[in-house]
Write a protein that binds this ligand. Structure first.
Ligand code: ME8
Length: 517
Protein backbone atom coordinates (compact mmCIF):
# COMPACT_ATOMS: atom_id res chain seq x y z
CA UNK A 1 0.00 0.00 0.00
CA UNK A 2 1.31 3.45 -0.80
CA UNK A 3 1.90 5.76 2.13
CA UNK A 4 -0.86 8.38 2.38
CA UNK A 5 0.21 12.01 2.06
CA UNK A 6 0.07 14.29 5.13
CA UNK A 7 -2.90 16.63 5.36
CA UNK A 8 -2.86 20.25 6.53
CA UNK A 9 -6.08 22.12 7.23
CA UNK A 10 -6.77 25.48 8.84
CA UNK A 11 -9.64 27.65 10.02
CA UNK A 12 -9.51 31.43 9.69
CA UNK A 13 -7.98 33.01 12.77
CA UNK A 14 -10.64 34.96 14.64
CA UNK A 15 -10.47 38.55 15.84
CA UNK A 16 -10.63 38.28 19.60
CA UNK A 17 -12.26 41.70 19.95
CA UNK A 18 -15.24 40.07 21.62
CA UNK A 19 -16.46 36.70 22.76
CA UNK A 20 -16.62 33.82 20.29
CA UNK A 21 -20.01 33.43 18.61
CA UNK A 22 -21.77 30.65 16.80
CA UNK A 23 -20.19 31.57 13.43
CA UNK A 24 -16.76 30.94 14.93
CA UNK A 25 -17.99 27.69 16.46
CA UNK A 26 -19.47 26.55 13.14
CA UNK A 27 -16.19 27.04 11.30
CA UNK A 28 -14.20 25.28 14.02
CA UNK A 29 -16.56 22.29 14.11
CA UNK A 30 -16.67 21.89 10.32
CA UNK A 31 -12.90 22.05 10.05
CA UNK A 32 -12.59 19.58 12.90
CA UNK A 33 -14.84 17.14 11.05
CA UNK A 34 -12.71 17.43 7.91
CA UNK A 35 -9.53 16.92 9.96
CA UNK A 36 -10.89 13.93 11.87
CA UNK A 37 -12.12 12.33 8.66
CA UNK A 38 -8.63 12.39 7.13
CA UNK A 39 -7.03 11.14 10.36
CA UNK A 40 -9.38 8.17 10.49
CA UNK A 41 -8.61 7.60 6.83
CA UNK A 42 -4.98 7.05 7.75
CA UNK A 43 -3.38 10.40 7.00
CA UNK A 44 -1.11 12.36 9.28
CA UNK A 45 -3.09 15.53 9.91
CA UNK A 46 -2.11 18.96 11.12
CA UNK A 47 -5.09 21.10 12.08
CA UNK A 48 -4.51 24.74 12.93
CA UNK A 49 -6.75 27.41 14.42
CA UNK A 50 -6.09 30.57 16.41
CA UNK A 51 -6.64 34.29 16.89
CA UNK A 52 -5.75 37.37 14.83
CA UNK A 53 -4.86 39.96 17.42
CA UNK A 54 -3.41 42.96 15.57
CA UNK A 55 -4.95 45.83 13.62
CA UNK A 56 -7.10 48.85 14.15
CA UNK A 57 -10.28 47.01 15.13
CA UNK A 58 -8.55 45.29 18.06
CA UNK A 59 -6.92 48.56 19.06
CA UNK A 60 -10.24 50.44 19.02
CA UNK A 61 -11.91 47.82 21.19
CA UNK A 62 -9.01 47.89 23.64
CA UNK A 63 -9.26 51.67 23.95
CA UNK A 64 -13.02 51.40 24.49
CA UNK A 65 -12.53 48.79 27.19
CA UNK A 66 -9.74 50.77 28.82
CA UNK A 67 -7.12 48.08 28.48
CA UNK A 68 -3.96 47.51 26.48
CA UNK A 69 -4.44 45.69 23.15
CA UNK A 70 -2.15 42.92 24.28
CA UNK A 71 -4.18 42.37 27.46
CA UNK A 72 -7.37 42.33 25.38
CA UNK A 73 -5.77 39.84 22.99
CA UNK A 74 -4.75 37.55 25.85
CA UNK A 75 -8.04 37.83 27.70
CA UNK A 76 -10.22 37.02 24.69
CA UNK A 77 -7.87 34.54 22.99
CA UNK A 78 -8.31 32.48 26.13
CA UNK A 79 -12.06 32.36 25.41
CA UNK A 80 -11.37 31.11 21.87
CA UNK A 81 -9.01 28.43 23.19
CA UNK A 82 -11.71 27.37 25.65
CA UNK A 83 -14.32 27.35 22.90
CA UNK A 84 -12.43 24.98 20.62
CA UNK A 85 -11.78 22.69 23.56
CA UNK A 86 -15.42 22.80 24.62
CA UNK A 87 -16.43 21.92 21.04
CA UNK A 88 -14.23 18.83 21.06
CA UNK A 89 -11.94 20.17 18.32
CA UNK A 90 -8.85 18.10 17.63
CA UNK A 91 -6.62 21.00 16.58
CA UNK A 92 -2.89 20.29 16.80
CA UNK A 93 -1.93 23.91 17.36
CA UNK A 94 -3.47 27.25 18.30
CA UNK A 95 -1.69 30.36 17.07
CA UNK A 96 -2.06 33.82 18.58
CA UNK A 97 -0.49 36.32 16.21
CA UNK A 98 1.45 38.32 18.81
CA UNK A 99 3.64 35.29 19.50
CA UNK A 100 7.37 35.57 18.86
CA UNK A 101 7.36 32.88 16.15
CA UNK A 102 4.89 34.94 14.13
CA UNK A 103 6.98 38.14 14.17
CA UNK A 104 9.89 36.24 12.69
CA UNK A 105 7.75 34.66 10.02
CA UNK A 106 5.97 37.89 8.96
CA UNK A 107 9.21 39.83 8.76
CA UNK A 108 10.71 37.04 6.66
CA UNK A 109 7.85 36.95 4.14
CA UNK A 110 7.88 40.75 3.94
CA UNK A 111 11.60 40.68 3.20
CA UNK A 112 11.10 38.07 0.47
CA UNK A 113 8.39 40.17 -1.19
CA UNK A 114 10.62 43.24 -0.94
CA UNK A 115 13.57 41.30 -2.42
CA UNK A 116 11.34 40.27 -5.31
CA UNK A 117 10.80 43.98 -6.06
CA UNK A 118 7.11 43.83 -5.15
CA UNK A 119 7.09 46.37 -2.30
CA UNK A 120 7.48 50.14 -2.70
CA UNK A 121 6.76 53.20 -0.56
CA UNK A 122 4.20 55.80 -1.57
CA UNK A 123 1.25 57.45 0.08
CA UNK A 124 -2.25 56.06 0.37
CA UNK A 125 -5.42 58.06 0.07
CA UNK A 126 -8.65 56.13 0.01
CA UNK A 127 -11.46 54.36 1.84
CA UNK A 128 -10.89 51.95 4.70
CA UNK A 129 -13.30 49.82 6.71
CA UNK A 130 -12.02 49.15 10.20
CA UNK A 131 -14.69 46.48 10.77
CA UNK A 132 -13.51 44.53 7.70
CA UNK A 133 -9.88 45.72 8.03
CA UNK A 134 -10.14 46.26 4.28
CA UNK A 135 -9.34 48.93 1.69
CA UNK A 136 -12.06 49.56 -0.86
CA UNK A 137 -12.13 51.41 -4.14
CA UNK A 138 -14.55 54.31 -4.26
CA UNK A 139 -16.77 52.45 -6.75
CA UNK A 140 -17.27 49.66 -4.21
CA UNK A 141 -18.68 52.07 -1.63
CA UNK A 142 -21.97 53.96 -1.41
CA UNK A 143 -23.41 56.73 0.70
CA UNK A 144 -26.69 55.61 2.26
CA UNK A 145 -29.68 57.60 3.50
CA UNK A 146 -28.03 58.08 6.88
CA UNK A 147 -25.27 60.05 5.14
CA UNK A 148 -22.67 57.45 6.02
CA UNK A 149 -20.50 55.81 3.36
CA UNK A 150 -20.52 52.01 3.41
CA UNK A 151 -18.31 49.33 1.85
CA UNK A 152 -19.52 46.26 -0.05
CA UNK A 153 -19.96 44.20 3.14
CA UNK A 154 -22.23 46.86 4.64
CA UNK A 155 -19.70 48.25 7.10
CA UNK A 156 -18.87 51.96 7.36
CA UNK A 157 -15.71 53.19 5.65
CA UNK A 158 -13.51 56.14 6.54
CA UNK A 159 -11.10 58.23 4.53
CA UNK A 160 -7.45 57.35 5.20
CA UNK A 161 -4.45 59.32 4.00
CA UNK A 162 -0.98 58.32 5.07
CA UNK A 163 2.46 57.24 3.97
CA UNK A 164 2.32 53.55 3.20
CA UNK A 165 4.18 50.65 1.67
CA UNK A 166 2.44 49.08 -1.29
CA UNK A 167 2.43 45.57 -2.66
CA UNK A 168 2.48 45.31 -6.47
CA UNK A 169 -0.77 43.37 -6.65
CA UNK A 170 -1.46 44.75 -10.14
CA UNK A 171 1.48 42.68 -11.42
CA UNK A 172 -0.29 39.48 -10.38
CA UNK A 173 -3.55 39.86 -12.26
CA UNK A 174 -2.66 37.50 -15.11
CA UNK A 175 -0.90 35.02 -12.85
CA UNK A 176 -3.97 34.83 -10.63
CA UNK A 177 -6.33 34.30 -13.53
CA UNK A 178 -4.03 31.57 -14.80
CA UNK A 179 -4.03 30.01 -11.33
CA UNK A 180 -7.86 29.87 -11.21
CA UNK A 181 -8.11 28.58 -14.75
CA UNK A 182 -5.48 25.87 -14.42
CA UNK A 183 -6.70 24.82 -10.97
CA UNK A 184 -10.48 24.89 -11.04
CA UNK A 185 -10.52 23.45 -7.52
CA UNK A 186 -8.43 26.24 -6.04
CA UNK A 187 -11.57 28.06 -4.87
CA UNK A 188 -14.72 26.36 -3.62
CA UNK A 189 -17.64 26.41 -3.86
CA UNK A 190 -18.08 27.44 -7.49
CA UNK A 191 -20.15 30.53 -6.78
CA UNK A 192 -17.20 31.96 -4.87
CA UNK A 193 -14.80 31.08 -7.65
CA UNK A 194 -16.88 33.06 -10.12
CA UNK A 195 -17.06 36.00 -7.74
CA UNK A 196 -13.26 36.07 -7.30
CA UNK A 197 -12.60 35.65 -11.02
CA UNK A 198 -14.76 38.61 -11.90
CA UNK A 199 -13.18 40.71 -9.15
CA UNK A 200 -9.67 40.00 -10.50
CA UNK A 201 -10.75 40.43 -14.12
CA UNK A 202 -12.13 43.82 -13.15
CA UNK A 203 -8.53 44.93 -12.57
CA UNK A 204 -6.29 44.90 -9.51
CA UNK A 205 -4.77 47.98 -7.92
CA UNK A 206 -1.62 47.83 -5.83
CA UNK A 207 -2.42 47.15 -2.19
CA UNK A 208 -1.48 49.33 0.75
CA UNK A 209 0.27 46.99 3.20
CA UNK A 210 1.44 49.17 6.07
CA UNK A 211 0.04 51.72 8.48
CA UNK A 212 1.70 54.58 10.35
CA UNK A 213 -1.15 56.06 12.38
CA UNK A 214 -1.01 53.39 15.11
CA UNK A 215 1.55 50.91 16.28
CA UNK A 216 -0.44 47.79 17.26
CA UNK A 217 1.04 45.43 14.74
CA UNK A 218 4.23 43.86 13.48
CA UNK A 219 6.93 46.40 12.59
CA UNK A 220 8.04 46.60 8.96
CA UNK A 221 11.65 45.40 8.78
CA UNK A 222 13.99 48.37 8.47
CA UNK A 223 11.24 51.00 8.92
CA UNK A 224 9.75 50.69 12.38
CA UNK A 225 7.50 53.71 11.95
CA UNK A 226 5.28 51.37 9.92
CA UNK A 227 3.37 48.36 11.12
CA UNK A 228 2.23 45.73 8.65
CA UNK A 229 -1.33 45.85 7.39
CA UNK A 230 -3.15 43.31 9.53
CA UNK A 231 -4.02 41.00 6.60
CA UNK A 232 -0.35 40.51 5.62
CA UNK A 233 0.22 39.53 9.23
CA UNK A 234 -2.96 37.42 9.54
CA UNK A 235 -2.59 35.34 6.37
CA UNK A 236 1.01 34.53 7.19
CA UNK A 237 -0.17 32.64 10.29
CA UNK A 238 -0.75 29.58 8.11
CA UNK A 239 2.97 29.18 7.41
CA UNK A 240 4.24 30.52 10.75
CA UNK A 241 2.62 27.55 12.42
CA UNK A 242 4.70 25.21 10.25
CA UNK A 243 7.96 26.95 11.17
CA UNK A 244 8.36 29.38 8.23
CA UNK A 245 10.91 30.74 7.22
CA UNK A 246 12.45 27.35 7.90
CA UNK A 247 11.36 25.42 4.82
CA UNK A 248 12.36 22.05 6.32
CA UNK A 249 10.53 20.29 9.13
CA UNK A 250 6.78 20.88 9.19
CA UNK A 251 6.90 23.22 6.17
CA UNK A 252 8.37 20.40 4.09
CA UNK A 253 5.93 17.91 5.52
CA UNK A 254 2.61 19.78 5.56
CA UNK A 255 2.91 22.71 3.15
CA UNK A 256 1.15 23.43 0.81
CA UNK A 257 -2.02 23.35 2.86
CA UNK A 258 -4.71 21.02 1.57
CA UNK A 259 -7.48 23.42 2.54
CA UNK A 260 -8.02 26.79 4.16
CA UNK A 261 -11.56 26.81 5.57
CA UNK A 262 -12.95 30.34 5.90
CA UNK A 263 -16.20 32.29 5.74
CA UNK A 264 -17.42 33.84 2.51
CA UNK A 265 -16.77 37.41 3.69
CA UNK A 266 -13.00 36.90 3.58
CA UNK A 267 -12.62 35.05 0.29
CA UNK A 268 -10.89 38.00 -1.42
CA UNK A 269 -8.07 37.99 1.10
CA UNK A 270 -7.51 34.25 0.79
CA UNK A 271 -8.02 33.73 -2.91
CA UNK A 272 -6.46 36.94 -4.25
CA UNK A 273 -4.03 38.55 -1.81
CA UNK A 274 -2.67 35.39 -0.20
CA UNK A 275 -1.67 33.55 -3.40
CA UNK A 276 -0.14 36.77 -4.73
CA UNK A 277 1.95 37.23 -1.57
CA UNK A 278 3.07 33.62 -1.73
CA UNK A 279 3.98 33.80 -5.42
CA UNK A 280 6.00 36.90 -4.70
CA UNK A 281 7.80 35.26 -1.76
CA UNK A 282 8.46 32.08 -3.75
CA UNK A 283 6.36 29.88 -1.48
CA UNK A 284 4.10 27.21 -3.07
CA UNK A 285 0.36 27.90 -3.05
CA UNK A 286 -2.28 26.14 -0.96
CA UNK A 287 -4.37 23.60 -2.83
CA UNK A 288 -7.78 24.93 -1.97
CA UNK A 289 -9.59 27.78 -0.30
CA UNK A 290 -13.12 26.85 0.69
CA UNK A 291 -15.61 29.46 1.85
CA UNK A 292 -18.56 28.39 3.97
CA UNK A 293 -21.69 30.46 4.34
CA UNK A 294 -23.03 32.54 7.18
CA UNK A 295 -25.30 31.34 9.93
CA UNK A 296 -28.47 33.20 10.78
CA UNK A 297 -30.54 32.83 13.88
CA UNK A 298 -34.20 32.34 12.87
CA UNK A 299 -33.53 34.21 9.65
CA UNK A 300 -31.90 37.23 11.27
CA UNK A 301 -28.29 38.22 11.08
CA UNK A 302 -26.67 37.87 14.47
CA UNK A 303 -25.72 41.18 15.94
CA UNK A 304 -25.11 42.63 19.34
CA UNK A 305 -27.75 45.31 18.76
CA UNK A 306 -30.45 42.74 17.94
CA UNK A 307 -29.49 40.87 21.10
CA UNK A 308 -29.59 37.51 19.33
CA UNK A 309 -25.92 36.61 19.52
CA UNK A 310 -25.79 33.04 20.72
CA UNK A 311 -22.93 31.80 22.82
CA UNK A 312 -21.74 28.41 21.58
CA UNK A 313 -21.68 27.16 25.17
CA UNK A 314 -25.41 27.82 25.60
CA UNK A 315 -26.23 25.71 22.55
CA UNK A 316 -24.05 22.87 23.77
CA UNK A 317 -25.64 23.00 27.20
CA UNK A 318 -29.15 23.01 25.76
CA UNK A 319 -28.83 20.37 23.05
CA UNK A 320 -25.59 18.46 23.64
CA UNK A 321 -22.26 18.76 21.84
CA UNK A 322 -22.53 15.93 19.33
CA UNK A 323 -26.09 16.97 18.65
CA UNK A 324 -25.14 20.50 17.59
CA UNK A 325 -22.14 19.24 15.63
CA UNK A 326 -24.46 16.93 13.71
CA UNK A 327 -27.17 19.53 13.32
CA UNK A 328 -25.05 22.28 11.77
CA UNK A 329 -23.28 20.00 9.35
CA UNK A 330 -26.37 18.07 8.29
CA UNK A 331 -28.85 20.91 8.17
CA UNK A 332 -26.73 23.53 6.40
CA UNK A 333 -25.24 22.59 3.00
CA UNK A 334 -21.59 23.42 3.62
CA UNK A 335 -20.78 26.43 1.47
CA UNK A 336 -24.24 27.98 1.69
CA UNK A 337 -25.79 30.26 4.27
CA UNK A 338 -27.77 28.51 6.93
CA UNK A 339 -30.56 29.24 9.28
CA UNK A 340 -31.25 27.62 12.55
CA UNK A 341 -33.96 27.66 15.13
CA UNK A 342 -35.12 25.54 18.02
CA UNK A 343 -37.67 23.47 16.04
CA UNK A 344 -35.18 22.48 13.34
CA UNK A 345 -32.66 21.52 15.99
CA UNK A 346 -35.14 19.36 17.95
CA UNK A 347 -36.34 17.75 14.76
CA UNK A 348 -32.88 16.60 13.71
CA UNK A 349 -32.03 15.41 17.21
CA UNK A 350 -35.20 13.39 17.63
CA UNK A 351 -35.68 12.15 14.07
CA UNK A 352 -32.18 11.47 12.73
CA UNK A 353 -30.39 10.66 15.96
CA UNK A 354 -32.80 9.36 18.61
CA UNK A 355 -35.14 7.57 16.17
CA UNK A 356 -33.16 6.57 13.12
CA UNK A 357 -29.81 5.44 14.45
CA UNK A 358 -30.53 5.42 18.20
CA UNK A 359 -33.61 3.20 18.06
CA UNK A 360 -32.18 0.91 15.42
CA UNK A 361 -29.13 0.22 17.58
CA UNK A 362 -31.15 -0.12 20.76
CA UNK A 363 -33.75 -2.48 19.28
CA UNK A 364 -31.37 -4.74 17.40
CA UNK A 365 -28.70 -4.95 20.08
CA UNK A 366 -31.31 -5.53 22.82
CA UNK A 367 -32.66 -8.44 20.79
CA UNK A 368 -29.17 -9.89 20.55
CA UNK A 369 -28.64 -9.43 24.27
CA UNK A 370 -31.93 -11.09 25.16
CA UNK A 371 -32.27 -13.78 22.54
CA UNK A 372 -28.74 -14.73 21.54
CA UNK A 373 -27.19 -15.18 25.01
CA UNK A 374 -25.53 -11.78 24.69
CA UNK A 375 -23.39 -12.97 21.79
CA UNK A 376 -23.30 -11.58 18.29
CA UNK A 377 -24.89 -14.34 16.18
CA UNK A 378 -22.87 -16.19 13.57
CA UNK A 379 -24.71 -15.39 10.33
CA UNK A 380 -26.14 -18.09 8.07
CA UNK A 381 -26.26 -17.66 4.33
CA UNK A 382 -27.00 -14.07 3.30
CA UNK A 383 -30.22 -13.39 1.41
CA UNK A 384 -30.48 -10.88 -1.44
CA UNK A 385 -31.86 -8.31 1.04
CA UNK A 386 -28.94 -8.83 3.41
CA UNK A 387 -26.47 -8.51 0.58
CA UNK A 388 -28.11 -5.34 -0.73
CA UNK A 389 -27.94 -3.50 2.59
CA UNK A 390 -24.39 -4.73 3.27
CA UNK A 391 -23.33 -3.50 -0.15
CA UNK A 392 -24.85 -0.10 0.49
CA UNK A 393 -22.89 0.11 3.75
CA UNK A 394 -19.68 -1.09 2.13
CA UNK A 395 -19.93 1.60 -0.52
CA UNK A 396 -20.25 4.49 1.92
CA UNK A 397 -16.53 5.08 2.43
CA UNK A 398 -15.72 5.70 -1.23
CA UNK A 399 -18.67 8.04 -1.57
CA UNK A 400 -17.84 9.93 1.62
CA UNK A 401 -14.21 10.28 0.56
CA UNK A 402 -15.36 11.94 -2.64
CA UNK A 403 -17.69 14.32 -0.80
CA UNK A 404 -15.17 15.20 1.91
CA UNK A 405 -12.48 15.96 -0.67
CA UNK A 406 -14.80 18.74 -1.87
CA UNK A 407 -15.88 19.75 1.68
CA UNK A 408 -19.42 18.55 0.94
CA UNK A 409 -19.89 17.43 4.51
CA UNK A 410 -23.70 17.55 4.21
CA UNK A 411 -23.58 15.09 1.31
CA UNK A 412 -21.38 12.69 3.28
CA UNK A 413 -23.86 12.80 6.16
CA UNK A 414 -26.82 12.36 3.83
CA UNK A 415 -25.10 9.30 2.35
CA UNK A 416 -24.54 7.75 5.79
CA UNK A 417 -28.07 8.53 6.93
CA UNK A 418 -29.54 7.12 3.75
CA UNK A 419 -27.96 3.80 4.75
CA UNK A 420 -29.42 4.24 8.23
CA UNK A 421 -32.86 4.80 6.66
CA UNK A 422 -32.47 1.74 4.48
CA UNK A 423 -31.32 -0.32 7.45
CA UNK A 424 -34.46 0.69 9.33
CA UNK A 425 -36.63 -0.41 6.41
CA UNK A 426 -34.64 -3.65 6.22
CA UNK A 427 -35.07 -4.32 9.94
CA UNK A 428 -38.81 -3.58 9.84
CA UNK A 429 -39.43 -5.74 6.78
CA UNK A 430 -37.38 -8.70 8.02
CA UNK A 431 -39.31 -8.72 11.32
CA UNK A 432 -36.60 -10.49 13.33
CA UNK A 433 -38.95 -10.53 16.36
CA UNK A 434 -41.34 -12.78 14.41
CA UNK A 435 -38.47 -15.03 13.27
CA UNK A 436 -37.57 -15.73 16.88
CA UNK A 437 -39.99 -18.65 17.00
CA UNK A 438 -40.21 -19.60 13.32
CA UNK A 439 -36.59 -19.42 12.18
CA UNK A 440 -34.06 -18.46 14.88
CA UNK A 441 -31.11 -18.94 12.55
CA UNK A 442 -32.56 -16.44 10.09
CA UNK A 443 -33.24 -14.07 13.01
CA UNK A 444 -29.53 -14.37 13.87
CA UNK A 445 -28.52 -13.47 10.32
CA UNK A 446 -30.80 -10.40 10.29
CA UNK A 447 -29.48 -9.22 13.66
CA UNK A 448 -25.90 -9.83 12.58
CA UNK A 449 -26.46 -7.86 9.38
CA UNK A 450 -28.02 -4.98 11.31
CA UNK A 451 -25.11 -4.93 13.76
CA UNK A 452 -22.67 -4.82 10.87
CA UNK A 453 -24.45 -1.77 9.43
CA UNK A 454 -24.33 -0.09 12.85
CA UNK A 455 -20.61 -0.80 12.98
CA UNK A 456 -19.96 0.93 9.67
CA UNK A 457 -22.27 3.85 10.42
CA UNK A 458 -20.61 4.24 13.82
CA UNK A 459 -17.12 4.30 12.34
CA UNK A 460 -18.10 6.84 9.69
CA UNK A 461 -20.00 9.02 12.16
CA UNK A 462 -16.94 9.49 14.37
CA UNK A 463 -15.67 12.70 12.71
CA UNK A 464 -19.00 14.44 13.31
CA UNK A 465 -19.97 12.91 16.65
CA UNK A 466 -16.79 11.63 18.24
CA UNK A 467 -18.29 10.82 21.65
CA UNK A 468 -21.64 9.33 20.61
CA UNK A 469 -20.18 7.35 17.72
CA UNK A 470 -17.55 6.09 20.16
CA UNK A 471 -20.29 4.90 22.52
CA UNK A 472 -22.05 3.17 19.66
CA UNK A 473 -18.84 1.33 18.79
CA UNK A 474 -18.38 0.45 22.48
CA UNK A 475 -21.67 -1.45 22.26
CA UNK A 476 -20.04 -3.64 19.61
CA UNK A 477 -16.88 -3.94 21.74
CA UNK A 478 -14.62 -2.61 19.01
CA UNK A 479 -11.02 -2.00 20.08
CA UNK A 480 -9.30 1.29 19.16
CA UNK A 481 -7.65 -0.19 16.10
CA UNK A 482 -10.95 -1.57 14.87
CA UNK A 483 -12.35 1.97 14.55
CA UNK A 484 -10.35 3.38 11.64
CA UNK A 485 -11.61 3.61 8.07
CA UNK A 486 -9.28 0.79 7.07
CA UNK A 487 -11.78 -1.44 8.89
CA UNK A 488 -14.75 -0.35 6.80
CA UNK A 489 -16.34 -2.65 4.27
CA UNK A 490 -15.46 -6.30 4.30
CA UNK A 491 -12.02 -5.73 5.84
CA UNK A 492 -13.37 -5.37 9.34
CA UNK A 493 -16.57 -7.48 9.19
CA UNK A 494 -17.83 -8.34 12.65
CA UNK A 495 -17.06 -11.85 13.81
CA UNK A 496 -20.05 -13.80 15.10
CA UNK A 497 -19.70 -15.13 18.61
CA UNK A 498 -18.32 -11.92 20.10
CA UNK A 499 -19.83 -11.18 23.51
CA UNK A 500 -21.75 -7.90 23.62
CA UNK A 501 -22.78 -5.83 26.64
CA UNK A 502 -26.36 -4.91 27.58
CA UNK A 503 -26.98 -1.96 25.25
CA UNK A 504 -27.36 1.55 26.70
CA UNK A 505 -29.15 4.32 24.82
CA UNK A 506 -26.64 6.51 23.00
CA UNK A 507 -28.85 9.22 21.48
CA UNK A 508 -31.33 10.67 24.00
CA UNK A 509 -34.49 12.37 22.78
CA UNK A 510 -34.72 16.11 23.29
CA UNK A 511 -37.55 16.74 25.74
CA UNK A 512 -38.78 20.29 26.32
CA UNK A 513 -37.99 21.37 29.87
CA UNK A 514 -41.10 21.54 32.11
CA UNK A 515 -42.51 25.02 31.86
CA UNK A 516 -43.69 26.58 35.11
CA UNK A 517 -47.49 26.36 35.55
O1 ME8 B 1 -12.36 37.60 9.58
N1 ME8 B 1 -21.51 32.61 10.30
O2 ME8 B 1 -11.99 37.17 11.80
P1 ME8 B 1 -13.50 37.08 12.33
C1 ME8 B 1 -20.51 31.88 9.83
N2 ME8 B 1 -9.43 37.71 11.58
N3 ME8 B 1 -19.21 32.25 9.87
C2 ME8 B 1 -18.92 33.43 10.41
C3 ME8 B 1 -19.92 34.27 10.94
C4 ME8 B 1 -21.28 33.81 10.87
N4 ME8 B 1 -22.32 34.51 11.34
N5 ME8 B 1 -19.31 35.38 11.41
C5 ME8 B 1 -17.97 35.22 11.18
C6 ME8 B 1 -11.60 37.48 10.54
N6 ME8 B 1 -17.73 34.06 10.58
C7 ME8 B 1 -10.10 37.56 10.33
C8 ME8 B 1 -9.64 36.30 9.60
S1 ME8 B 1 -7.76 34.70 8.57
C9 ME8 B 1 -6.16 34.85 8.08
C10 ME8 B 1 -8.15 36.20 9.35
C11 ME8 B 1 -16.42 33.52 10.16
O3 ME8 B 1 -13.39 36.84 13.80
C12 ME8 B 1 -15.67 34.46 9.23
O4 ME8 B 1 -16.16 34.32 7.92
O5 ME8 B 1 -14.29 38.25 11.87
C13 ME8 B 1 -14.24 33.96 9.40
O6 ME8 B 1 -13.96 32.87 8.54
C14 ME8 B 1 -14.20 33.53 10.86
O7 ME8 B 1 -15.57 33.40 11.29
C15 ME8 B 1 -13.49 34.52 11.75
O8 ME8 B 1 -14.09 35.80 11.60
Amino acid sequence: MTEKSPFYITTAISYPNGEPHIGHAYEAIATDVLARFQRLDGREVHFLTGTDVHGQKMLQTAVKEGMSPSDLADKNSKLFREMVEMLGCSNDDFIQTNEERHYKSCQAIWQKMADAGDIYKDSYAGWYSVRDEAYYQEGETEVREDGVRYGPQGTPVEWVEEESYFFRLSAYEDKLIELYEKNPDFIGPNARRNEVMSFVKGGLKDLSISRTTFDWGIPVPGDEKHVMYVWVDALTNYITALGYPDMDGDMAKFWPANAHIIGKDIIRFHAVYWPAFLMSAGVPLPERVFAHGFLFNSGEKMSKSLGNVIAPRDLVETYGLDQIRYFFLREVPFGQDGNYNHEAMVNRINADLANDIGNLAQRSLSMIFKNCEGKLPVPGEFSADDKAILLQADEMLEKCRGFMAKQEIHHALACIWSTVGEANRYFASQEPWALKKTDPERMGTVLYTTAEIIRQVGILAQPVMPTSAGKLLDLLVLSDDERSFAELGEAGRLQGGRELPKPQGVFPRYVEPETAE
